[in-house]
Design a binder for this molecule. Structure first.
Ligand SMILES: [Zn+2]
Length: 489
């Protein structure tokens, strides 16, 4: 990448268009080709003015780097190791790019559990797996999850359409690409991502790619109470709540300066309605947990509430924003749909309580709380300490994400929106997700100009901040980069 006159980070147009490849920017402009010659669109809505607008906006969006604020990527060396595949019985073949999140749509489309398990099993010949997918493929290939995977297959493997004929090529190319250096190639060279922010589970992971794969401190395990994987590295023997506080302190004292944020996906099991419960009220509950006794729902909530605020206060002392999952649920391995909308609908209301209870904490509400995104715009508009992260949203519902961004930009301050996080464990579909996000951002801005809500200059000026500038400010990335550059774990 290079710096332009204003110091904004741009990649060269040639490099950007090379990165976009077959799904290139021109494809998104509504242009069509005839005999290899490009034609200007003639549809009524694409007047010469709006077409010029689109060209300028699409070009700039596709040239501008992303800071990717949410991923679950393992380190490249781990992804390439045998232990990655033996853990959980993952298969090292083309189906891994379906394993997160398209596997959810496979389940909801009605694939049987037996077929689903065989599809992802390392014991089945990769080429025979197509016949398991074929009956439902037409129903899932057009969803955001499906499109992200299709774009990745097209860009990485040169395959336009997955079929019995092409599955061999997909497998061969998968093997060719999955080699040392493929993270940098996919994330930096092709998807134009400057750095990612990775949630690696509980605690903090010492990445061996520390500047590319920056890390959050995962706090869900801290909220649950004594957890050996968290206490063991600290050397603290946990016999009381105050010992557990020491464990939490250790993680923040050791890794707070290297982490970009803290992250909790506790909303997968409860609402984010955390009350400030004093330590003395949960001392006895903690002891029960230590003895392995089961807690009532009320006791568990009180303990989690107390520990949430303990961890959030630590994060705030260490100037770390607090990223919270809100909204939609993925379907995981057990294949049991379990999303209670009656709970999710309460997330925005609880989010406003958090903002009020701790005005000095910066809360990053993730995934636009889909499908309750209109409410999240009102929260960012009202609360200084509320930030909204569009991570995952572009592939849950690309059109809702575009509408969200359009509405957000004419409603709430533009310095509090983060527009991209791939939210993937396999690296390959991040490329597809980034392309869908760039398309959505460019469409949202183009429509705002065409509808005369924004001037073209104002729309162009928003691109760098919403794609990387806000993330640099909110997560203090200048300082983190310096610290991580010379880090020796
Ligand atoms: Zn996630």
């Amino acid at each position: 990448m290079k710096n332009d006159k204003k110091g904004k980070r741009l990649v060269s147009r040639r490099a950007a268009l090379k990165g976009i490849g077959a799904i290139g920017a021109l494809g998104f402009l509504g242009s069509k080709t005839s005999g290899g010659k490009e034609e200007i669109p003639t549809t009524a809505d694409l007047t010469s003015h709006s077409s010029e607008t689109r060209k300028k906006i699409f070009q700039k969006v596709f040239e501008t780097v992303f800071i990717d604020t949410h991923e679950h990527l393992p380190d490249e060396s781990y992804r390439l190791s045998e232990s990655f595949y033996s853990y959980g019985g993952r298969s090292d073949d083309w189906t891994i790019i379906f394993s997160h999140y398209l596997c959810s749509d496979m389940c909801s489309a009605g694939m049987s559990k037996a077929d689903w398990n065989s599809f992802f099993s390392p014991k089945i010949d990769p080429l025979k797996k197509w016949s398991l997918l074929e009956p439902i493929w037409p129903f899932i290939k057009n969803t955001g999850y499906g499109q992200a995977v299709c774009i990745a297959m097209k860009e990485l493997y040169g395959v336009d359409e997955l079929s019995a004929k092409t599955v061999g090529k997909v497998q061969a190319e998968y093997e060719k690409i999955r080699r040392p250096g493929f993270y940098k190639r996919i994330l930096c060279d092709l998807a134009k991502i400057e750095s990612c922010q990775v949630n690696s589970g509980d605690g903090f992971r010492q990445s061996n790619m520390p500047r590319l794969l920056m890390q959050d401190i995962g706090i869900v395990g801290m909220l649950a109470g004594p957890e050996l994987s968290l206490s063991k590295p600290t050397g603290v023997k946990v016999t009381s709540l105050s010992d557990w506080h020491k464990v939490i302190d250790w993680w923040f004292n050791k890794y707070g300066k290297y982490a970009v944020a803290v992250k909790s996906q506790n909303a997968y099991s409860r609402n984010i309605d955390y009350e400030k419960v004093p330590a003395e009220k949960v001392e006895a509950i903690f002891k029960k947990r230590l003895k392995g006794q089961s807690l009532t729902v009320k006791e568990q909530k009180a303990l989690e509430d107390h520990l949430f605020w303990y961890a959030v206060n630590k994060a705030t002392e260490h100037h770390l924003p607090v990223k919270l999952h809100t909204g939609y649920y993925a379907i995981w391995g057990e294949l049991k749909p379990r999303m209670p909308l009656s709970r999710l609908v309460q997330n925005p209301g609880a989010a406003t309580d958090l903002c009020r209870m701790s005005p000095e904490t910066r809360f990053v509400f993730m995934h636009i709380c889909y499908p309750y995104y209109e409410e999240m715009i009102s929260i960012a508009k009202h609360y200084t300490n509320a930030y909204i992260d569009m991570c995952w949203a572009w592939i849950i519902n690309p059109i809702a994400a575009k509408e969200f961004l359009k509405k957000y930009l004419v409603t709430a301050p533009a310095n509090k929106i983060l527009t991209f996080g791939g939210d993937y464990s396999p690296v390959e579909p991040v490329l597809g997700h980034a392309a869908i996000a760039r398309r959505g951002i460019a469409l949202a801005l183009s429509e705002l100009v065409e509808e005369k809500w924004l001037s073209l200059d104002d729309a162009l000026e928003l691109i760098a901040p919403i794609m990387h500038g806000n993330a640099r400010n909110i997560f203090n990335l200048g300082e983190k980069e310096k610290l991580l550059s010379g880090v020796k774990w």
